[in-house]
Design a protein around this ligand. Structure first.
Ligand code: B12
Ligand code: SF4
Length: 574
């Protein structure tokens, strides 16, 4: 069946199955594999919004299909797709090569179909992106539902006469000129969108293709779902392309838009009706003030208290929050990303101000209240952070474990700021101030960077306080340290600890081998030697700094409620 729009998610590097790339730990702390096969949550809101307005939308996770089946012929698959338009996300900059390559293939087989780009990075690099032959349109900003609906009306001529010049946020080419319409559509309350996961099941039936909808590898085993509570952010973390000033720059957003607490609770209820698995509330609910938090928990009172829920915080929220959460839910996992244990590093980054004592007190209190787990996320490559500081983070976690009586519900993680320091961040705008130099600032430069043979060569920045070899080494050493601590606490088994350690040591070895190969002056020899390492680079780019499963909610329950799904969604699919 022909769709009006196919939303296509590409792997970060299109030919990842052929190229030798040691992506390293860059995706270790997210559910995806190193090709970042998870599509933006926006694919759901865009699908829901357009379907409600009479357009047929289909999500195709090409990255997942390619990752999951080595024999999957992506080009043939694309050639057989049928749609008036193809929407590609260039949300995360690491997809710069994959998305633009896939767009080229779409154009090759469907020259009359329109190619639309959207996402944070597409918005940021819009002038460079629109210059590419394979790109027809870019819809800028973080509120693209309505502009995309209007663009689709213009493309399909379904809804009367819609002119490109009238579509807000749109960038297009006409008469060999680029036109960038004003960023006039910016949602202030997110009322018009919904995170209704039923759309996935409807599409699966309509296009007889469940595989292409899978959000990431292993999702059917661990069907975690997410609901962002906000678009925008109140914070200004130095390397973040989703900070307050970054949003202003790429999306003209002056302040964050929060989802109403009622809607949040309702969406949690709906998801739980169909998929019984952990739900992650993305964004810090406390960042909208105590009344918002109270209102959310008032609404959450009516939810099934067996729901498994993740809350993330930008800073320790204080005891009251844990009291409220404990009252509403039986199974809660909390996480904070202090990034560094060192106050001066946090301060230089512009992280929220809090002391380690506050952090520790909150962790103790939350665990005392029966939290399922408390996770801390740390990073390497931060402003002013040196090797000692990274290794001190491990010592800080050891002391914290000691304070907590080696409670295995405490889980620390560490990973590098990789592959890129985000476009639009304060450090991107002013690298010197934050102790960095940037190796490239263009889209083309990043397309080249992401295909380099190891993450050391991919990184788009260099830190004055932690030169790149020291950054690589400190990251792996700190990971080894945390790995041992977690085993000591019983948070992972000694077998998992041993496996992690072996992978890390092999990863270090593989990085060294690549460095030696890079010294080979003969291009052809270099290529052949890299090709011989392909198996190792693939193997040691997955679950290196930790085992992927360590990130998961220690599950109590996970199941699809097929009866409800079939009755409420599939029977109504058209
Ligand atoms: C939630 C979140 C995640 C979730 C993703 C959930 C999901 N499936 O979307 C998780 C934790 C998994 C994640 C992972 C990563 N993230 Co993240 N993430 C965020 C966060 C905190 C919020 C994003 C959000 O609210 N999205 C909701 C809205 C705004 O986006 P959306 O609905 O998906 O998409 C809208 C538009 O972007 C656009 N759009 C998107 N695609 C398309 C396609 C078309 C055709 C059109 C028209 C429009 C369009 O329309 C949508 C609706 O209007 C932001 C920071 C922030 N404050 O924004 C970082 C952020 C987006 N992430 C970032 C990064 C770097 C990553 C990782 C690469 C990190 C890593 N190395 O592991 C991975 C990539 C994972 C992958 N793809 O596999 C950077 C991106 C910077 C950049 N420009 O590249 C950000 C800005 C900040 C940060 N450093 O964390 N992330
Ligand atoms: S890293 Fe900082 S600025 Fe970026 S989304 Fe998180 S809290 Fe906001």
């Amino acid at each position: 069946m022909k769709a009006d729009l196919i939303l296509l998610h590409a792997p970060s590097v299109y030919d990842f199955r052929k190229k030798t790339i040691m992506f390293g730990p860059m995706s270790d702390l997210v559910p995806s594999t190193p090709i970042f096969e998870m599509y933006p949550i926006g694919f759901l809101t865009l699908s829901n919004y357009l379907e409600k307005r009479g357009f047929r939308v289909r999500i195709v996770n090409l990255a997942y299909r390619m990752q999951q089946d080595p024999a999957f012929d992506a080009e043939r698959f694309i050639s057989r797709l049928k749609a008036h338009a193809f929407g590609l996300d260039l949300h995360w900059l690491p997809h710069c090569q994959g998305s633009t390559e896939v767009a080229g293939i779409v154009k090759k087989y469907h020259p009359r179909a329109k190619v639309i780009f959207g996402g944070f990075s597409a918005s940021f690099f819009y002038s460079e992106l629109i210059a590419m032959d394979q790109v027809d349109y870019i819809v800028r900003g973080d509120s693209t539902e309505e502009p995309l609906a209007r663009l689709m009306a213009a493309i399909t001529k379904k809804k009367g006469d819609s002119k490109l010049a009238d579509v807000p946020n749109l960038v297009y080419k006409q008469d060999k000129k680029v036109h960038a319409n004003p960023l006039a559509c910016i949602s202030t309350d997110l009322e018009e969108i919904d995170f209704d996961y039923r759309i996935m099941f409807r599409q699966a039936v309509r296009y007889l293709d469940l595989k292409s909808l899978i959000p990431f590898t292993d999702w059917l085993r661990y069907p975690i779902t997410t609901i962002p509570i906000v678009r925008g952010c109140v914070m200004e973390c130095s390397g973040c392309g989703g900070s307050k000033s970054a949003f202003r720059q790429f999306g003209s957003r002056a302040c964050p838009a929060y989802r109403s607490p009622q809607k949040l609770a309702e969406e949690i209820r709906k998801i739980n009706r169909y998929i019984q698995a952990p739900i992650f509330l993305l964004g810090d609910i406390n960042s909208n003030g105590p009344d918002y938090v109270q209102e959310f928990f008032d609404c959450a009172r009516h939810l099934d208290d067996r729901i498994q829920i993740f809350f993330e915080f930008f800073s320790p929220p204080g005891k009251k929050f844990f009291d409220l959460a404990h009252k509403a839910f039986d199974h809660v996992l909390y996480e904070i990303s202090p990034d560094s244990h060192q106050g001066s590093v946090r301060e230089r980054m512009g992280k929220p101000r809090f002391s380690n004592e506050q952090l520790i007190q909150d962790i103790q209190y939350a665990l005392g209240k029966g939290a399922v787990r408390f996770d801390l996320y740390f990073m390497t490559g931060l402003p002013g952070q040196d090797r000692d500081s990274v290794m001190d983070t491990v010592r800080f976690c050891r002391d914290l474990y000691q304070t907590l009586g080696w409670d295995k519900r405490f889980m620390p993680f560490i990973s590098p700021m990789a592959p890129f320091l985000d476009p639009g961040s304060r450090a991107w705008a002013n690298p010197q101030k934050f102790g960095y130099s940037l190796r490239t600032k263009t889209l083309a430069g990043h397309i080249e960077a992401i295909t380099q043979p190891s993450w050391k060569y991919i990184l788009n920045y260099r830190s004055r306080s932690l030169p790149v070899d020291a950054l690589v080494d400190a990251t792996y050493q700190a990971a080894l340290g945390l790995n041992r601590l977690k085993a000591k606490a019983g948070a992972i088994t000694s077998q998992v600890m041993q496996q992690n350690q072996n992978r890390i040591l092999h990863a270090v070895e593989t990085m060294e081998k690549i460095d030696r190969i890079m010294e080979e002056p003969d291009k052809h020899k270099r290529k052949a030697q890299l090709a011989a390492l392909k198996k190792d680079t693939d193997r040691y780019s997955m679950s290196t700094v930790c085992e992927k499963k360590e990130l998961e909610f220690p599950l109590f329950n996970r199941s699809f409620r097929w009866f409800h799904i079939i009755r409420d969604t599939i029977c109504k699919a058209g």
